[in-house]
Design a protein around this ligand. Sequence first.
Ligand SMILES: [Zn+2]
Length: 373
Amino acid sequence: MMQDDYRLADAKAMPIERVVELLAIGNLQRTGSELVGPCPSCGGRDRFGVNLRKGVFLCRRCDAKGGGIDLVMLTMGLDFKGALDWLCGPKQDISAEDRQARERKAEENKRRNEARAAKERAEAIKAARDIWLAGIEPEGTAVRVYLERRGFPLDLIPVLPKCLRFHPALAYTVRGETGWETIHRGPAMLAAVQGPDGMAAAVHRTWIDLGRPTGKARLIHPKTGEDLPAKKVIGSKKGGAIRLSGNSFTSETMVMGEGIETTLSAMVAGVYPGAMFWAGVDLGNMAGRRQIRGEGMKFKGIPDLDDDEAFLPPVCVKRLIYVMDGDSEPKMTRAKLEAGLRRAMVKRKGLRGQIAAAPRGLDLNDVLMGQIA
Ligand SMILES: [Zn+2]
């Protein structure tokens, strides 16, 4: 039986960095604890990422994902058994003692990896907290002007959400050869990401440049020359949300978009009066893990119900509306949002889930900006 195969524990204990090395997957750039580059299956430039800390990989395009064995299957086009042979060599008869020693070693590795992940998570949350504490009240700062640029004039948002702050000179860092290097320092909008328990666990940052029409800073990697995202999250965002508005004592409806601007657009549109408006930070957090193995499964939107880290609304919520940006890849985005809603409906009895789509090719914020212009 496959479960009795001692090689399974060996393969699982192998750091994914080592698997990447063995497979000689080229052109992966290291940023923080991730390797980013072309997908070994479908190519591209930066759609494929390996999370070294968690030992998993993900392709944003073809949706391939998994651990080290899955990576061998994907890259070498092998089935599970073939991948195990490739990674660990053919199965040999080993003594009970050897087997126990291997199992002990695998268990030790697992414990060490978990301890390291917990330590890094605690450090990231502390770094997020320090950034938040260095922020100030956003009213009267570049945050107000930035939001106006994004299509939210004062009369639409007379009071800025409490989860927003302003940082006058926030460092933008990239991973260099010797550690983190600051490549930019400038004004930024901070948004607190609160975990399911209400504790702040991460900070979402938008670097602002009011000299540009979009209000967003343009950041370029000094070595590679590639455009870097003006928005980043530090800390632990899993299961969390940016709680932009609403009161869980009085609202039974929650509206959630991926980003701050999309969610604010839904809020000021006035279609859902009295609802809670929370941003889900990223699509993966809203969707959670999905069942994607099998014919056509990756577009079916079936949640992996074992994922207990993905976002779930508070128990008071009876209606959950996910806002779908029209500018994302529609089939895949819809499948992900459906998986998230289905998980929430299974885990929250009586909840109704629904997708509200912005018109094709536009995100909701574009629609709003078009209305105002
Ligand atoms: Zn791919």
